[in-house]
Design a protein around this ligand. Structure first.
Ligand SMILES: C[S@@+](CC[C@H](N)C(=O)[O-])C[C@H]1O[C@@H](n2cnc3c(N)ncnc32)[C@H](O)[C@@H]1O
Length: 265
């Protein structure tokens, strides 16, 4: 098996990388250290998206194994968290790399035998354009809060003909949210501060960062809109829904015949 080298290097904090400093907040780091929640993404409006930290820190379950079974060739796990996919795929002999903005997540992945880098998906990545499979599971299609941009970026990273496996939310959802990571003990008075959208990408904005939630229909819509993905299939298990998309092989522009210069004389 070809191993990808692991590194635990702090990510650059450039707002243009869309790095959500909120994922570096204590509640997430603590939850990864203990392997326990509760943990949520809490929106400015006070809505919550539960985060399954216990499941992420455990071995892959039956639904996860349906994802692993569909992986092809080299696998990039985008937002790998504590790395259950990375370690399971490595054990199964796949050349796999996890990337995550959270140093705690990457450290845990590496400790459990996976290869991982502290890196935002919007920063330059190893093997750009050559990964056979990319994963955006556990709601990671929400990364950056702009699914079109994330899907276009993922198409840059995946090889022509490569696969993207994304997990989608239940139902007909297409939401943009400003959220922060919350363990339920944080000061809730901050949650209602400021209008949604203001100060996006700012680390000092009460830990808020842009996020998105998409159902299957919305994911397909945004993927097709990039012009770079085609639908491969959808499946469900244990209340979770996944979609596979195939990166189109760009048609090469046919070279035009070179005009023959007129004969002189
Ligand atoms: C919803 S959690 C998913 C956990 C993970 N899939 C697992 O198996 O445990 C989202 C993860 O994406 C990471 N993340 C957020 N923004 C990111 C970005 N721009 N690039 C890479 N990872 C990112 C977070 O640090 C977090 O670990």
């Amino acid at each position: 098996m070809n191993r990808v080298r692991a590194a635990v290097v702090p990510a650059a904090h450039d707002p243009w990388t869309r790095e959500p400093a909120g994922w570096l907040a204590d509640p997430y780091t603590t939850a990864l250290a203990t392997g326990q929640g509760p943990l949520y993404l809490r929106s400015r409006e006070g809505g919550v998206v539960p985060l399954g930290v216990e499941r992420w820190c455990a071995a892959p379950d039956a639904a996860d194994r349906t994802v692993i079974a569909r992986c092809e060739g080299t696998v990039l796990d985008i937002g790998c968290g504590p790395g259950r996919f990375v370690t399971a795929l490595a054990l199964a002999g796949y050349r796999t790399l996890g990337i995550d903005v959270s140093t705690a997540a990457v450290r845990r992945t590496v400790r459990y035998g996976g290869a991982a880098l502290v890196r935002s998906v919007f920063e330059p990545l190893p093997r750009e354009g050559r990964w056979n499979t990319a994963l955006l599971v556990d709601g990671n299609i929400g990364i950056g809060g702009d699914p079109g941009a994330l899907l276009a970026r993922t198409a840059d990273v995946v090889a022509p003909g490569g696969l993207l496996i994304a997990e989608v939310a239940e139902g007909d959802v297409d939401e943009r949210l400003d959220v922060r990571v919350d363990d339920g003990r944080a000061d809730r008075t901050r949650a209602g501060r400021g209008p949604a959208g203001q100060g996006r990408h700012r680390a000092d904005d009460g830990g808020f960062f842009p996020w998105a939630r998409l159902g299957a229909r919305a994911l397909l819509h945004h993927a097709l809109a990039t012009g770079r993905w085609s639908r491969q299939g959808t499946w469900e298990l244990e209340g979770r829904t996944f979609m596979a998309l195939r990166r189109k092989r760009e048609c090469s522009v046919p070279s035009l015949p070179v005009p023959v210069p007129p004969r002189s004389g």
